[in-house]
Design a protein around this ligand. Sequence first.
Ligand code: 5GP
Ligand code: MG
Ligand code: MG
Length: 177
Amino acid sequence: MEQDVDKVLIAEEVIQRRLDAMALDIRQDFPGEVIVVIVLLKGAFVFAADLLRRLPRMLEIECLNVASYHGGMESSGQVDFLDRRLPDVKGRKVLVLDDILDTGRTLRAVADRLTAEGATEVKTGVLLAKDKKRAAEVQADYVGFDIGDEFVIGYGLDYQGRYRNLPYVGTLSPDAQ
Ligand code: 5GP
Ligand code: MG
Ligand code: MG
């Protein structure tokens, strides 16, 4: 275990097994359709890479850079779209993937934006959902794991840009730098 990790919350094998089941659910909901998957960067890149390789090949994959935490441990309350252009989703069915559902503002803002751009259906999937009252009304269609309201790192999630490459999800040690 890394020295800055307090405890492993979800082990690597447990995540991988759960992704098998999530991929099955998604396949059943979009049988034989070419959907546009929008991966929210940076946090969702590990989750998306593992999940999407379990889905049929007919996918269009786009990325969207959004930020709300700015490296720290608290949501800033504001969702920034960092790209100059959005993927073209007019008339398309879209699946948005994010690492974690916290206040809900990110998924809410992205889903609203894609709907405004003409997407015919927007579904959302997250690896983790925190058990708390959300600031924005939103629910993810696919959730890997429900977790408590604590700050987590690993498997894409960072603390000050680090720990994204841990293969498991853990909590940060209180005396991590
Ligand atoms: P929301 O908009 O739902 O409040 O926040 C979603 C975003 O905040 C996530 O995509 C993620 O980037 C960041 N975030 C929320 N909770 C955590 C957490 O426990 N750890 C880390 N590293 N990022 C988090
Ligand atoms: Mg994020
Ligand atoms: Mg972050």
